[in-house]
Ligand binder design. Structure first.
Ligand code: IPM
Ligand code: MG
Length: 368
């Protein structure tokens, strides 16, 4: 039996960084004698150019038949016109919804050697180690109506933020269960002083917290949370929030680690795959970075760490995931840096391909 893994390289630097992550997975598959069957399909802007849609039917079909999906990035200036009928981002939102990937995990961990690359003072960042659980298939991203329209002689537009109880319950439970295996603290983020959806969220959070008496629990309003993340990031363990707040806070949180080029993510649903674990979509949180695409300058570490999350969460291969994480740490400790992290004494700047190769060599040496 082979695990079915769909590889969606996407646009911009997607193909380069996923190319390296894929080779890392192949090394792991060989060394642990696990069969992985990799398929590739099109998604994003180049799929619009080729097929007129950012997510061809074939892509969705293969995705629905996969145990896990590894994705690069979608989008670029070429497809940026907000007036266009089809946009690359629609594929991403469509895939999340179609696969029911309601829990988006975005871990942020400080790497000691890279603290200098963060805009925050080293003593503030310290040993930050938090994970944001962002609700991913509801809220204002999907609520209807969502449209621009004409009202008399004026243009107007509306978006709708909607959550039902089940959507809130499952993502909060996910966060509390995760906290049990970490430092046992959950911070739920909302805007309960203004929004009805947030008040329902807060009410349900309090109910669920009662089932997890071993986990410390607090609420924060999203505006002050934005501030706390910069002032005292070390205080947080699991942060759980609705879709759009999570989108915004995770970009903010990403600078804590020094570079966005380091941050992986996992999007998980309720459905179990042939390995008995959750079907998941794994992607670096950085975008397609079209300005450096094709120049062998991108940082593949976030994609490689996303592959590690894939092994852990969709294939149950925690030990192998740890080997990848150690290899990435090791390569950084050895002083290798892609351009986004360049600088600092005793460091060498390397390209995307070289960085990928260094990680693979490290894996072989750790494993030996
Ligand atoms: C993200 C991205 C996406 C989002 C965009 C590309 C639609 O910003 O994954 O955080 O807003 O969810
Ligand atoms: Mg975002």
């Amino acid at each position: 039996m082979a695990y079915k893994i769909l590889v969606l390289k996407g646009d911009g630097i997607g193909p380069e960084v996923v190319g390296e992550a894929l080779q890392v997975l192949k090394v792991i598959a060989r060394r642990s004698a696990v069969n992985m069957d990799f398929k590739e399909a099109h998604i994003g802007g180049h799929a619009i150019d080729q097929f007129g849609t950012p997510m061809p039917e074939d892509t969705l079909k293969i995705a629905q038949d996969s145990d896990a999906i590894l994705l690069g990035a979608v989008g670029g200036p070429k497809w940026d016109n907000p007036g266009a009928a089809v946009r690359p981002e629609q594929a991403l939102l469509g895939l999340r919804k179609a696969l029911g990937l309601f829990a988006n995990m975005r871990p942020v961990r400080a790497v000691k050697e890279l603290i200098g690359a963060s805009p925050l003072k080293p003593e503030i960042i310290g040993t930050v180690d938090l994970v944001v659980i962002r609700e991913l298939t509801g809220g204002i991203y999907y609520g209807q109506p969502s449209e621009k329209r004409q009202h008399g002689d004026q243009r107007e537009a509306v978006d709708t933020c909607f959550y039902d109880e089940a959507e809130i319950v499952r993502v909060l439970r996910f966060a509390f269960e995760l906290a049990r295996n970490r430092r046992k603290k959950v911070t739920s983020v909302d805007k309960a002083n203004v929004l009805a959806t947030s008040r329902l969220w807060r009410e349900i959070a309090a109910e669920i917290a009662r089932d997890f008496k071993d986990v410390a629990f607090e609420n924060q309003l999203v505006d002050s949370m934005a501030m706390h993340l910069l002032r005292r990031p070390k205080d947080f363990d699991v942060v759980v929030t609705e879709n759009m707040f999570g989108d915004i806070l995770t970009d903010e949180a990403s600078v804590l680690a020094g570079s966005m080029g380091l941050l992986p993510s996992a999007s998980l649903g309720e459905e179990l795959n042939s390995a008995g674990f959750r079907v998941g979509l794994y992607e670096p949180i950085h975008g397609s970075a079209p300005d450096i695409a094709g120049r062998d300058e991108a940082n593949p570490l976030a994609a490689i760490l996303s592959a590690a999350m894939l092994l852990e969460h969709s294939l149950g291969m925690r030990a192998e995931a740890e080997i990848i994480e150690q290899a990435v740490d090791g390569v950084v400790k050895d002083g290798h840096r892609t351009r986004d992290l360049a600088g600092g004494s005793g460091t060498k700047t390397v390209g995307c391909k070289a960085m990928g190769r260094l990680v693979r060599e490290k894996i072989e040496s750790l494993d030996a």
